[in-house]
Design a protein around this ligand. Structure first.
Ligand SMILES: *[C@@H]1O[C@H](CO)[C@@H](O)[C@H](O)[C@H]1NC(C)=O
Ligand SMILES: *[C@@H]1O[C@H](CO)[C@@H](O)[C@H](O)[C@H]1NC(C)=O
Ligand SMILES: *[C@@H]1O[C@H](CO)[C@@H](O)[C@H](O)[C@H]1NC(C)=O
Ligand SMILES: *[C@@H]1O[C@H](CO)[C@@H](O)[C@H](O)[C@H]1NC(C)=O
Ligand SMILES: *[C@@H]1O[C@H](CO)[C@@H](O)[C@H](O)[C@H]1NC(C)=O
Length: 794
């Protein structure tokens, strides 16, 4: 046996040694070449960090590429022949005598060449930056791969007017996809879905009026240049700056336009050779346009595989959901087909509004769509006196729980679906003349070849679907209304971004009538109710112990950008002499502790919904914010409930504001509330998001049990004291192991519910709670997986 293996090794190594006649090169001279047939026929950068050569993918497709030598999967940063792979045998890269570097396939066809024909270039080298350059005798660079980026920008490589980053079409593929990072016509860096049928800007928020403004960007600098430096800072001529979370020298990074439409910075861990995300542009995957294709719907409530097809539609290509959905009926208008509608709740498609009518009844809106052959669906919202959007095409579908309306899909009346939600009959279909009505300013649409370049979807702004857009707009509007485009802002005002602003101290004194009505008191300060000049009701928090200097402003503006339906929104702040105040949205109802430990307790279904909502809010803070935020003080007192019992987490971000340590160490003092604090606060372990997971676990166990487990001590056995929480967890775990959970659940769920609760949900909640309060934080789940687990049983 050993002999055979030895023989095999010998055979293989001899094959290798026949082909590996080349040693790894540090340059290619004019007249020489690289061959696809030899794996070791490659070019290395002097510090060995990048390799350039033929890169094979699957069986017989090869690319002339540059990759990281020391990343586990040999991450490719550039390819010459992106959309035309060459054969794995006989293909060649030749530095021809005439100065051109050409890539030829096995049959001799030229697939790619540089523009250096008849120049005096004599040498190709791969620089330590990952740039492949062609130089002449004098050392002048006449061609460089940095001028032709594919989907990745390396540190020091510039993105300019003529360059774009284009995503790959799929995970692990090199082929070009449809997501593009580029400077737009008004000099602002944008992310665009540039598909075969439509082109649609999705980031910054698609409104040319406020994107520049909201992000502090400018459209006046026409140099159109952006670069990521070695420190991890990205800066662009449109005044857009950001830093990787691990900002420092000595870390290898790349900025990649990913196949899923998100733009990310990845950092390489040299010891594990794996990449981790250290920044990303888009928090909510559904904000990426085109992600679910034509007719497809992206669901913000689901963390994975968010795409779905509306009723009556099926996947165009079930293995590639980005191809969208196709109707399983004939959508053609004809005299013989009668059409009806299917309601799809909480859903909207952005853009492609044939018509928009405010203040119309549902009936009128329905008739509008029925009477127009090019209408595919209409969206109707009860907001105002009813708004009606008639759609000519269904792109960028989005389902989000807080969308105040429904979409009505036009389908043949005879069509059977498993779930006909609300079929309306059509009495007289007429095929009228098709007139495309441009809603909003015509400037917002640009004809772009045959496809409509959709820049400013009106419904996008009207829809609360993307809460952020609305909030930004509202803030923007409030700002403009107040300042009427005055550029010299009053002293003391400092616009952070449109939805968020600085207040003067006098303003807040007035709003709160000199801090008259105290509505809360906590570790970080007292909270007062107030009414702003624009009649918004707010909660004003006076902070104690705030760090000095400009940091306050920076931190607060970060918190101000965080926006999620389960997080209390911050409207602004005030920093005046020694006063530090934060201005929050006012949440009408009481905090969770009042609805849990008192006589007016929540019913089971409300509790479960609240548990999911809190998890979503925390998951957003931990995973989706641009800056990772740990709450550090999750407890029922910090969870507010609005009129419909939607939870809103208060006081996030304060840990950073009030406790920032001097050097590096984020937390110099123990934070949090006894009973809800993870054990690692007591040890010397670094504090991670898992402390919030622990506190969350305590909260949901208390919600299930209906009493304050965290603060009760019980005497156990002889004189040993144990907290009610510990005992609860210990007993539950024993029962779980013995598979006696059911009877235990009956006895231990809040008795005030009188047995009225969902057993499956209760079991799930307890199990999730138990896993969250594990002493070993590595055993605790992430908030993202908690959301997923709870939703599965909703
Ligand atoms: C090749 O093209 C690049 C980019 O278009 C240009 O900057 C460069 O000067 C060209 N080189 C030659 C030798 O023409
Ligand atoms: C435009 O941006 C470039 C690059 O960021 C910068 O060097 C230049 O000073 C800017 N010009 C103006 C007028 O701000
Ligand atoms: C790299 O990964 C190892 C193992 O996961 C970890 O211990 C180390 O801290 C990481 N290094 C950096 C710089 O993140
Ligand atoms: C549909 O009706 C219109 C007017 O009533 C008529 O002109 C047209 O020929 C009809 N089309 C078909 C396919 O029957
Ligand atoms: C449908 O037909 C009826 C009578 O034939 C007419 O009064 C009504 O206006 C028509 N509706 C539409 C939308 O054309």
């Amino acid at each position: 046996m050993m002999r055979e293996i030895f023989l095999l090794i010998l055979i293989f190594s001899s094959i290798k040694s026949i082909t590996s006649k080349n040693i790894i090169k540090d340059h290619i001279k004019r007249g020489s070449s690289l061959s696809v047939d030899d794996d070791s026929d490659v070019l290395r950068s002097p510090d060995n960090s990048y390799t350039c050569g033929f890169y094979g993918f699957q069986s017989n497709a090869y690319w002339f590429a540059i990759w990281f030598t020391n990343s586990k999967d040999r991450t490719v940063v550039w390819t010459a022949n992106r959309d035309t792979p060459v054969n794995g045998r006989g293909s060649k890269l030749t530095f021809r005598g005439n100065g051109a570097m050409v890539l030829t396939d096995v049959d001799g066809t030229m697939v790619w060449e540089t523009n250096t024909t008849s120049t005096d270039v004599n040498k190709a080298v791969l620089l330590n930056s990952g740039n492949l350059v062609l130089k002449n005798q004098k050392g002048e660079i006449l061609w460089q791969s940095f001028d032709y980026p594919t989907d990745t920008l390396l540190p020091s490589q510039t993105l300019t007017k003529s360059k774009t980053l284009k995503s790959a079409s799929r995970r692990g593929s090199f082929e070009s996809g449809y997501f593009v990072l580029s400077f737009n016509s008004i000099n602002v860096l944008t992310l665009t879905y540039d598909g075969p049928e439509i082109s649609s800007v999705y980031w910054p928020s698609p409104n040319p009026g406020f994107d520049v403004f909201a992000y502090g960007r400018t459209s006046y600098n026409s140099s159109r240049i952006a670069v990521l430096d070695d420190f991890g800072t990205f800066s662009s001529s449109d005044r857009w700056y950001f830093t990787a979370s691990d900002v420092d020298f000595g870390i290898r990074r790349r900025l990649t336009m990913d196949y899923d439409g998100n733009l990310r910075i990845y950092s390489l861990n040299e010891s594990t050779q794996l990449w981790s995300i250290s920044w990303q542009a888009i928090a909510q995957p559904c904000s990426v346009h085109g992600i679910c294709g034509r007719n497809g719907i992206c669901d913000t409530n689901v963390l994975q595989s968010q795409c779905s097809c509306p009723p009556g539609y099926k996947w165009t290509n079930p293995t590639d959901l980005s191809r969208g959905c196709s109707p399983s009926f004939n959508p053609k208008c004809s005299n013989s087909t009668k059409f009806g509608f299917l309601e799809v709740p909480y859903t909207d498609y952005y853009g492609f509004d044939l018509d928009y009518k405010p203040r119309v009844s549902f009936e009128e809106c329905r008739e509008l769509c029925l009477g127009d052959c090019s209408c595919m669906a209409f969206s109707y919202r009860q907001t105002g006196d009813g708004s009606c959007f008639v759609k000519s095409a269904l792109f960028n579908g989005l389902r989000t729980p807080n969308f105040p309306g429904s979409l009505y899909l036009k389908v043949p009346i005879a069509m059977e679906t498993s779930k006909p939600l609300s079929i309306l009959t059509n009495s007289n279909a007429t095929c009228g003349e098709v007139i495309t009505v441009m809603v909003g300013s015509p400037l917002m649409y640009q004809k772009h070849g045959t496809k409509v370049k959709w820049i400013y979807p009106f419904s996008f702004v009207i829809g609360v679907g993307v809460v952020e857009a609305l909030v930004i707009l509202l803030g923007w509007w409030l700002f403009y209304r107040k300042n009427a485009l005055v550029t010299n802002l009053e002293e003391g005002y400092r616009m952070v971004s449109s939805q968020f602003r600085g207040f003067t101290y006098q303003e807040l004194v007035k709003a709160t009538q000199n801090f008259k009505e105290e509505i809360g008191r906590g570790g970080s300060g007292r909270v007062y109710k107030g009414v702003l000049a624009d009649e918004r009701v707010v909660a004003v928090k006076r902070l104690r112990d705030v760090s000095e200097g400009g940091e306050f402003w920076a931190e607060v503006s970060t918190i101000g950008k965080i926006n999620h339906m389960n997080l209390v929104r911050m409207w602004g702040f005030c920093s005046h002499k020694r006063h530090r105040l934060l201005v929050y949205e006012y949440v009408e109802h009481l905090s969770l502790d009042h609805k849990l430990f008192s006589t007016s307790f929540l019913q089971w279904q409300e509790r479960y919904t609240v548990a999911i909502g809190i998890a979503k809010g925390l998951a957003y803070l931990h995973h989706e914010c641009l800056e990772w935020v740990i709450h550090c003080d999750v407890k029922p007192e910090n969870i507010l409930l609005d009129g419909s019992f939607e939870p809103k987490i208060a006081d996030f971000g304060l840990a950073k504001l009030t406790q920032r340590g001097s050097q590096g160490s984020q937390f110099t003092q123990i934070r949090g509330t006894k009973g809800y604090m993870a054990p690692e606060w007591a040890s010397n372990l670094p504090i991670t998001a898992k402390v919030d997971v622990y506190s969350y676990g305590v909260v949901i166990l208390e919600m299930a049990r209906g009493i304050r487990l965290s603060s009760i001590m019980v005497v156990q056995g002889e004189e040993e004291e144990e907290s009610a929480l510990m005992r609860f967890v210990r007993l539950a775990k024993t029962r779980l192991q013995n598979e006696e959970m059911e009877s235990w659940i009956e006895e231990n769920i809040d008795s005030r519910l009188g047995g009225l609760f969902n057993r499956k949900q209760a079991t799930k909640l307890i199990k999730v709670g138990l896993s969250c309060v594990e002493d070993d934080r590595n055993k605790r789940p992430t908030m993202g997986s908690v959301v997923q687990a709870l939703i599965d049983w909703e």
